[in-house]
Design a protein around this ligand. Structure first.
Ligand code: ADP
Length: 484
């Protein structure tokens, strides 16, 4: 592996705790998933440093909480402006450590930064209420306060935006934060810390603990009585584990876990719009998002036309490294991710599915995989039951609306769902019947900082973004004023 160091002024290999940059006794390697090239060697910290970071966050809490929302917003908006000033450099870091094409990584920086702007503003609108009193000598009211020290654990698929959408509302609410980013993609997190420092965030307010010992760091974050809330995005299995670990100290929990999103195309859909929606909802980030369409449910009358158009569009996608112009599909994050896609294809084909497009590792080798469309998929196949997290679109045929809803709601996930129909009555019926926290109706792109993002069933707890995103990091305190 050649050492192709990113030429970025925001490249940091040290962790950031209490306003200090720390090398640690050991370092771990960060690689480009497109080439395997070594990008950096980052501080490999563990439980002891995590404990120090929690203490720093705890010590910084009174000062940060005592600022007015306007003062916190001013710092957050400086951070936001610095991020946008460095958009290209930050996007390059994402593309290098995560692999997505430049158009997507540039978009991720704009999207991630928008959470900081939104919550800087929302922080000024944390209203309490005055409750009409049933007692003549008492007055009742509520105030809302930040919950305290927040732990955030984030995944590799959006190395920038998954951080800002937790950290921005926490900081705006007057909380301080200890972040553990994914070990695959720590560089975007550290670059954010470097800009937070430039923006003037006081030491201890935002700490980044990098490391490969997720279990040890996680045990410290979930076990510490000083940490009052945990916000996690990642796999359902780890989310459940962290929830159990948080039980002893009864932390407030925000969990954004896996999905198995249905994408329904009814006979009355606009065919071209449905194909475009499916391309975005399935193949963005090479299928590695928790809201990716995982099961494409297509009605009899439009099935063949949709399958043909989608397969042609998918075959035309340009697969390659972010460093080559015009690429639309980057590599998967790892060989394990490639193996999972292959497993789903092999299982489906063995049970009667047909490959319409792709179906195998890409000629570029490494972690590259051909974007794939499978027809004649049934609900019994693995691909219909588990999140693939890769560039594989399985087409499942259905006959009527009731069957579509039954298929869509099967299983334990309930994150995103999508459907395409031009019948207004059907749109209302299906939107109300579908078990998901987010529903795209004639739309494949649903994420925005101003709307609540999150799941029901086993896809998680709580919402990120929108007005509700701030609630996750606040408590309501009731004041009963007597003797009047
Ligand atoms: P993914 O499949 O996206 O890697 P994970 O749930 O394994 O999903 O990882 C999401 C985040 O959770 C990463 O930052 C990872 O390091 C962290 N993580 C994984 N296992 C644990 C654990 N036992 N305790 C705390 N954090 C964990």
């Amino acid at each position: 592996n050649s050492h192709s160091r990113p030429s970025a002024s925001l490249l940091r290999e040290q962790a950031y705790i209490n306003g200090q940059w720390l090398s640690g006794a050991q370092q771990f390697a960060v690689h480009n998933p497109a080439s395997g090239a070594l990008l950096a060697r980052v501080a490999d910290l563990g439980a002891a440093e995590t404990c120090a970071a929690i203490q720093a966050a705890h010590a910084a809490l009174p000062g940060w909480r005592a600022l007015t929302a306007q003062q916190r917003a001013a710092m957050l908006l400086r951070w936001h402006a610095l991020i946008l000033q460095h958009q290209q450099e930050l996007a390059a870091l994402i593309s290098q450590e995560q692999g997505k094409p430049p158009a997507e990584s540039t978009g991720e920086i704009a999207y991630g930064a928008s959470y900081i702007e939104w919550f800087a503003e929302e922080g000024k609108r944390v209203y309490g209420e005055v409750i009409p009193s049933p007692f003549s000598d008492k007055r009742l009211l509520t105030v809302r306060q930040g919950v305290g020290v927040v732990a955030a654990i984030t995944p590799w698929n959006f190395p920038h935006a998954m951080i800002t959408r937790k950290v921005a509302p926490a900081l705006a609410a007057g909380c301080t934060v200890v972040l553990k980013p994914a070990a695959e993609t720590p560089l975007s997190a550290l670059a954010l810390a470097a800009l937070a420092e430039q923006a003037g965030l006081p030491p201890g307010v935002f700490n980044v603990v990098t490391g490969t010992d997720a279990v040890g760091i996680g045990a410290e974050l979930t076990g510490s009585p000083l940490v009052r809330a945990l916000s996690f995005t990642g796999s359902t299995a780890v989310g459940k584990l962290l929830m159990r670990q948080c039980a002893d100290t009864l932390k407030k929990l925000g969990l954004e876990l896996g999905g198995n999103a249905p994408f329904i195309v009814f006979d009355d859909a606009d065919l071209d719009a449905a194909v475009q929606g499916a391309l975005f909802a399935k193949f963005r980030n090479s299928g590695q998002t928790c809201v990716c369409a995982n099961r494409l449910l297509v009605q009899d009358g439009i099935y063949d036309a949709f399958a043909a158009k989608l397969a042609a569009a998918v075959a035309a996608l340009q697969v390659g490294p972010a460093s080559e112009p015009g690429m639309q599909q980057g590599p998967l994050i790892s060989q394990a991710a490639v193996a999972k896609v292959q497993r789903h294809i092999a299982n489906a084909v063995s049970l009667g599915a047909r490959v319409l497009s792709g179906g195998a590792p890409h000629a570029r080798g490494g972690n590259f995989f051909q974007p794939t469309v499978l027809a004649d998929v049934t609900e019994q196949m693995q691909v219909a039951q588990e999140e693939t997290f890769g560039p594989l679109a399985p087409l499942i045929r259905f006959h009527d609306e009731a069957e579509a809803i039954r298929l869509a709601n099967s299983g334990e996930s309930g994150l995103a769902a999508y459907f395409f129909s031009r019948d207004v009555s059907r749109c209302w019926r299906v939107a109300e019947a579908i078990e998901a926290g987010m529903v795209g109706i004639n739309e494949g792109a649903i994420s925005t900082a101003v709307a609540p993002f999150g799941g029901i069933k086993q896809s998680g707890l709580g919402r990120e973004g929108g007005r509700l995103g701030l609630e996750e990091f606040m408590e309501t305190k009731y004041l009963c004023f007597g003797g009047i």
